[in-house]
Design a protein around this ligand. Structure first.
Ligand code: FES
Ligand code: FES
Length: 996
């Protein structure tokens, strides 16, 4: 059970059926006034869009981008994709406007067994009618273009994209959404929960509906059949394996109850899972009554001066409630996740420094057409610096940053040059990676309203307290006057650490005194939010005759884009991690973050470490070959061990890399034997390590647990759960420490007014840092109870019926909670504890102890390369990860599988190009057909600093995948692909270079 915030929610309008919510809304005729332009080009697809059209026809798109089956999405896209610029235009329209919904006659349809009449234009998107008119928010919108499948519903039993289906096409037909109560859906929901198939949950409705259609015609699908059927629905979190397993295991088994005792280590079903499989409420799904609709005018240029003209004439008759520019910002027009580097304006003052930067806001009355077409702005394009090396010699983007250098990170240990000169073997190499888009299925969305003089913002975020502080700064408010209430988050992976629309909707509400809402279009989301840093790394690694690494030299340039975001973190983290989890006696590592007019590069699962691992791990294979040593054995020989010093001089403990490599060894031997002599078959291995939490900076989390007078135990858990499972894991830890069943806790989720600061969800810190705070709070409250009852540590405690009961040695003591004084939070008993990891700051040479806990892992990839096409077929990935202690093995496996899927994308298909790949049909992410079977090997080397020994996991799991794939391609073909993604033409070119 979760706490919630009271939002003055709008009703649905224009529908005469039971879904109609109280509160009404704008008059239907008014809503349709102005006639929004038709964007929907698709119609109801025979054979199903996207979910059911199967993977057979995937070759066209696939062959061009890596040989991957695209499932039904190819078929869907062919009929339904938008042309144009992904929502951005020279006139700056953000393009989220849907076809006009209102203004038409009534459309009769049956939804989930109930007949409805909606007043909507015939061309209105079915998704909008379901969501806005009927209040069925379980149908999600991830792209409005037929690419993601999140909007999949059933029409007469067949799956269709509701975003591409004009409502008139379903007149008189049966529509079924995720809100339907059918036996198949009930069994599917239970299977999804049992298998941990829903992480963030934004794709779950589309997956469930697609699976329901499959089960209706095939009650016992094979894995291949399920994979094919689900091929048109994108999931960015899970790696699909658990979804497919759930669909193949719709047994009718009940969802297991949470364990009564000792929940740590148990496969507890996610506590927020029921909401996920029912269509959770994300940023776009709660709309305050009478909310204005906010649209952002954005730069269509990478670098351009601009002048906003007199908009008053333009606004006339368009239902415009206000237009806002940088001049309207009452505070400091600069935000940033690292305050000393904060440099990004909420609304740009001329010039705009990247394509997609917001320059003005227009707030429309509810029901207005909400189109920015014709908005008066004059653009004056300026020369754009897009290459970081050229930018180092170009005009500066920001005063005080000569050479466009944001920051340089470095680590120096010993004399690497001398060590390399004395080495028996030295290999040298360079790699280059691209901008990579997070591609979460939920575009940014949220709403703002006033509660007295408090500005409330409900939005998707990974960092509510940072959002509060940044928003308050921009709006010139004291932080206490801003309340951030995170919605469910439909994926984040780092990008939702930076504020996006929070200060924008905050500004509109502050200026108008009215509630407002904003939903980014897919193109707007992709153009305006952060990306993984493109990196160029070049350097050398050497070893002695016995294969022991002697030294490493590397230089990296990271394109950090127009603003700072997490550039400093990346530049500092890379030199610390670039040795990999191996003992390296001499190190010289430098990483520069350089500004360009490219997209802002920020946090993305790994903060630069995945790019560094690609360089280091591919060179390790070459070095092992030069030394004549088996590649896995070479890594084992060099693996860091307890008591050895890292590159920063930190003496390591609880090092798990050797255990991970040993866990892989039998699989390695088997796979090498199977691949031997088979043309095109290859096996690759790579490792990872990752320091959990901030790099040598304060990083505290605080957890509060309270007991009400009635005996209810309330966990104030401020860590945002973006799908990784902190709602469940932190509760398991707290329950274990307190000694109560995890199911007995009531969770109050993140809310800056209700939960203490648990820090941001990033850098694999929540299980470790917030987990330690939860453990401490649980132990503290338990100690209080035991003291009250004068009982020993072994006593059992329980709460309920206004009592706390303490059982010990056959006696039971009861204490009436009503008799205890109530504290400032209204609790009879409570505990609040903080934890901040002990670290030692890095000196000028990068020497120190930047992290208190590290996690480790190693992955092995088996694949086949088509020598004619250069396409890569992944056959299996085996992943060994040291978690210290697996608090919840099911959730841990889900993280591993999901991270691997993102690593596959990084290696083989993903490249964000501003202006060209701002949608999910030009920017490809892995589908069901792209993720091979994954075998997870959970290794537990407990860390004394972690809660119950636990280490972080979220970032680690992506890091080894790409280098292991590249190493397997080299093993298969001899090709050294050094520019990512490894598209077929790059593989073929590398094969030619290798003489194959
Ligand atoms: S396919 Fe309809 S929202 Fe993406
Ligand atoms: S669980 Fe599928 S997108 Fe998050």
């Amino acid at each position: 059970m979760f706490g919630c915030v009271a939002v003055p929610e709008a009703g649905s309008a224009g529908a005469s059926c039971d879904f109609h919510r109280d509160g009404g809304g704008a008059d239907r005729s008014a809503r349709g006034a102005g006639g929004r332009g038709l964007r929907c080009r698709g119609f109801l697809f025979a054979g199903g869009c996207p979910a059911d059209s199967g993977g057979a026809g995937a070759g066209g798109a696939a062959a061009g981008r890596g040989g991957f089956g695209r499932g039904g999405r190819v078929g869907a896209g062919a009929a339904g994709r938008h042309s144009g610029d992904g929502g951005l235009s020279a006139r700056g329209g953000s393009g989220t406007g849907a076809p006009g919904r209102g203004g038409g006659g009534g459309v009769l349809l049956t939804v989930n067994g109930r007949s409805c009449e909606v007043s909507a234009a015939p061309v209105a998107r079915l998704s909008e009618v379901l969501r806005e008119d009927l209040g069925l928010k379980g149908t999600k919108v991830g792209c409005d273009a037929g690419d993601c499948g999140a909007c999949t519903v059933l029409v007469d039993g067949a799956p269709v994209c509701a975003c591409l289906t004009p409502v008139a096409r379903v007149a008189g037909r049966e529509v079924q959404t995720v809100e339907a109560e059918t036996p198949d859906l009930a069994r599917l929901r239970a299977a999804f929960l049992r298998h941990g198939a829903a992480q963030c949950g934004i794709c779950s409705p589309g997956m469930l509906m697609t699976a329901a259609a499959l089960l209706a015609r095939n009650p016992a699908p094979t894995e291949a059949e399920a994979s094919e059927a689900l091929g048109g629905v994108l999931c960015r979190c899970t790696g699909y394996r658990k979804i497919i397993a759930a669909v193949c295991d719709v047994s009718g088994l009940a969802v297991p109850a949470a364990p009564e005792a000792a929940p740590v280590g148990q496969r507890v079903v996610r506590l927020d899972g029921a909401a996920k499989v029912a269509g959770d409420l994300f940023g776009a799904d709660v709309v305050p009554e009478g909310a204005l609709v906010v649209k952002a005018l954005r730069s269509p240029h990478a670098h351009a001066g601009f002048v906003i003209g007199d908009w008053r004439g333009w606004a006339e008759g368009r239902g415009v409630a206000g237009v806002f520019t940088a001049a309207d910002i009452p505070g400091r027009n600069a935000f940033g996740v690292i305050p000393p580097f904060a440099d990004q304006p909420a609304l740009a003052e001329s010039p705009a420094r990247f394509r997609g930067e917001a320059v003005a806001l227009v707030a429309f009355e509810p029901g207005a057409a909400a189109s920015l077409d014709g908005f008066p702005v004059d653009w004056a394009p300026l020369p754009a610096l897009l290459d970081p090396v050229e930018a180092e010699a170009g005009a500066t983007l920001h005063p005080g940053r000569p050479g466009n250098l944001l920051i340089e990170g470095r680590v120096r240990k010993g004399d690497a040059g001398t060590a390399l000169a004395a080495s028996a073997f030295v290999v040298e190499g360079a790699v280059e990676t691209a901008f990579v888009e997070h591609a979460y299925i939920e575009p940014e969305a949220g709403a703002a309203w006033m509660e007295g003089d408090i500005l409330c913002i409900r939005a998707c975020t990974q960092a509510p307290v940072m959002d509060r502080d940044d928003t308050a700064t921009v709006l010139g408010l004291a932080p206490e006057r801003v309340r951030i209430v995170p919605s469910a988050v439909g994926g984040g992976f780092g990008s939702k650490l930076d504020v996006s629309l929070q200060p924008l909707i905050g500004l509109v509400t502050l200026k108008t005194g009215r509630p407002c809402r904003m939903v980014y279009s897919r193109g707007e989301s992709m153009a305006s939010t952060t990306k993984r840093h493109p990196a160029r790394l070049r350097g050398r690694i050497g070893c002695d005759a016995s294969g022991l690494v002697t030294g490493l030299e590397v230089e990296g340039v990271f394109n950090t884009g127009a603003y700072a975001s997490w550039g400093p973190t990346v530049a500092n983290r890379v030199p610390v991690h670039v040795t990999g989890p191996y003992f390296t006696p001499a190190v010289s590592a430098r990483a520069r973050a350089v500004h360009t007019h490219g997209p802002v590069a920020g946090a993305f699962r790994g903060f630069g470490v995945p790019q560094a691992a690609i360089w280091q791990e591919t060179l390790y294979d070459r070095l092992a070959d030069a030394a004549g040593i088996d590649r896995l054995e070479f890594r084992l020989r060099n693996a860091l061990r307890d008591g050895q010093a890292s590159a920063t001089g930190q003496v390591m403990r609880a090092v798990g890399i050797e255990a991970c490599l040993r866990a892989l060894k039998p699989h390695w031997l088997r796979a090498r034997t199977e691949a031997a002599g088979v043309p095109g078959r290859g096996v690759g291995v790579a490792s990872c390590w990752y320091g959990c939490g901030n790099t040598a900076l304060p990083n505290p989390s605080t957890i509060r647990i309270g007991v009400t007078g009635a005996g209810e135990v309330v966990l104030h858990q401020g860590a945002t759960d973006i799908g990784q499972g902190s709602n469940t894991v932190i509760a398991q830890i707290a329950a274990e420490a307190l000694g109560v069943p995890v199911g007995s806790l009531r969770l109050v989720g993140p809310d800056t007014a209700l939960t203490p600061d648990a820090g941001k969800t990033s850098a694999s810190r929540q299980t470790f840092v917030t987990g330690r705070a939860a453990e401490a709070a649980g132990r503290s409250l338990r100690a209080t109870v035991l003291r009250l009852a004068n009982a020993g540590e072994g006593a059992r405690i329980g709460f309920g019926g206004g009592m706390v009961r303490v059982s010990e040695g056959g006696t039971v003591r009861e204490i009436a909670l009503a008799g205890l004084p109530v504290d400032g939070f209204g609790y009879a008993l409570s505990a609040e504890e903080s934890y901040d990891p002990p670290t030692v700051a890095l000196d000028a040479d990068g020497q120190g102890s930047p992290y208190a806990v590290y996690g480790y892992g190693a992955q092995m990839v088996e694949l086949a390369v088509d020598p004619q096409l250069g396409t890569v077929k992944l056959l299996k990935i085996t992943a060994a990860h040291d978690l210290g202690r697996a608090i919840n093995p099911t959730l841990a496996e889900g993280q591993i599988e999901g991270g691997i899927a993102q690593g596959i994308g990084l290696a083989l298909m993903e490249e964000y190009i501003a202006g060209r790949t701002e949608n999910l049909h030009d920017y490809l992410i892995p589908t069901t057909g792209d993720v091979p079977p994954v075998e997870s090997l959970i290794v537990e080397v407990p860390d004394p600093e972690g809660p119950y020994g636990a280490k972080g996991l979220g970032e680690h799991v992506l890091i080894p995948t790409a280098p292991a794939i590249l190493n397997a391609i080299r093993d298969a073909t001899g090709a050294e692909v050094t520019r990512l993604p490894a598209l077929p033409h790059r593989v073929l070119a590398a094969m030619r270079e290798a003489g194959r």
